[in-house]
Design a protein around this ligand. Structure first.
Ligand SMILES: NC(=O)c1ccc[n+]([C@@H]2O[C@H](COP(=O)([O-])OP(=O)(O)OC[C@H]3O[C@@H](n4cnc5c(N)ncnc54)[C@H](O)[C@@H]3O)[C@@H](O)[C@H]2O)c1
Length: 336
């Protein structure tokens, strides 16, 4: 199997059906990151005029290098937590700027808090000035270590504000409150996605940026031990990037989604140990699995209720874990 960029773009566009972003004017903060750069790809390909604001904190210019010379794409290297004036008129603002890897929480807690509060407020003000729609990428981490699983959007969460994940979880919860305030006070057209663990090509595997799947792939292909935290029985619901981007774009586009907050994640729960074994199987690696202390406040289970996504967006995850992992592994090999 050879990883094919065009096939990923085609898969997303096929799933979008008749929805199109042609001539829409879109700001994406965090657009040089893993998910943001795929949003830029699809929107640019569909003929939208895209402004990408990113300070390259965890994103990479190489993710958007192929877009830089296009007429309908402009990249601005900027920290969204600082004020910015944009000359473009906008229809849609997508606020994605935020470091998202648990290892980054320890090193950059204040940046993370700022990106999801002050930075988000800068995006909200831009949306308000333009009478544009705003999509905020929130997270399943707003549920903390949930006591209700599968977890519906109505669950309030079980979060430790002063724990090691507090900067991220509480920043996102505060972000949701900001978005709700702009919706209620100014009538802004807002939408929020609670994204569950998403993986795929362009996810960083290096250093503090490496989340579980890319870290395991990197370890397996380099015959290093696979580092599982705890006994690996904790679960996640892994969503492949094409499914995630489809969900986010539908949420951004559909009139029925106005004002909503929606879980976007796979409802197939997998243990971290099973996922590590799948990576070993697909890579045919002889790496050993090693077990390390479970970080404090690591959520035990993650599994969304996705009825709202099904009903409002007509969205369901389609890519099985085996297939998504194979595509991610092929991308990893081709990017070396
Ligand atoms: N990937 C997931 O599984 C997942 C899950 C839940 C939520 N999310 C959310 O989705 C969004 C994108 O996540 P991702 O996985 O692509 O992470 P990522 O780290 O690849 O992308 C984040 C991008 O935001 C940029 N950024 C960070 N702070 C910034 C700032 N102050 N100003 C401008 N740019 C800034 C980074 O440089 C990077 O390009 C984030 O808001 C994240 O919290 C992702």
């Amino acid at each position: 199997m050879i990883w094919d960029y065009k096939k990923e773009v085609e898969a997303i566009e096929k799933n979008l059906g008749d929805l199109t972003f042609e001539d829409r004017r879109v700001l994406i903060t965090g657009g040089a990151g893993f998910l943001g750069s795929w949003m830029c790809d699809i929107l640019v390909h569909q003929g939208a005029k895209v402004v990408c604001v990113d300070n390259l904190a965890s994103g990479l210019k190489s993710n958007i290098a192929h877009l830089l010379d296009l007429e309908n794409f402009r990249f601005i290297e900027h920290d969204i937590s600082e004020p910015i004036f944009l000359e473009e008129k906008l229809d849609l603002v997508v606020h994605m700027a935020s470091r998202a890897s648990p290892f980054e929480f320890e090193h950059y807690p204040i940046e993370i808090l700022k990106a999801n509060t002050i930075g988000l407020m800068n995006s909200l003000e831009i949306a308000k000035k333009n009478q544009a729609r705003l999509l905020y990428t929130s997270t399943s981490e707003t549920y903390g270590n949930p006591l209700v699983v599968p977890t519906p959007e109505s669950y309030y969460g079980n979060v430790n504000a002063i724990g090691p994940r507090g900067c991220y979880d509480e920043a996102k919860r505060c972000g949701e409150a900001y978005v709700t305030a702009y919706k209620n006070q100014f009538g802004l057209d807002t939408r929020m996605a609670r994204i569950f663990n998403t993986y795929g090509p362009r996810m960083r595997f290096d250093g503090i940026y490496g989340r579980a799947i890319p870290r395991f792939i990197d370890q397996a292909l380099n015959d290093r031990p696979i580092t599982v935290f705890g006994d690996g029985s904790q679960t996640r619901s892994f969503t492949y990037l094409t499914d995630q981007i489809e969900g986010l774009l539908k949420l951004a586009c559909l009139e029925e989604a106005r004002g909503s907050v929606i879980n976007i994640g796979n409802d197939k729960e997998t243990t971290i140990l099973d996922m590590a074994k799948k990576v070993l199987e697909i890579t045919r690696s002889r790496s050993e699995i090693t077990f390390h202390p479970l970080p404090k406040d690591d959520p035990l289970r993650r599994k969304p209720v996705i009825t709202r996504a099904e009903e409002v967006l007509g969205w369901q995850p389609k890519v099985p874990l085996q297939d998504g992992l194979a595509r991610t592994i092929e991308w990893y090999k081709s990017s070396k």
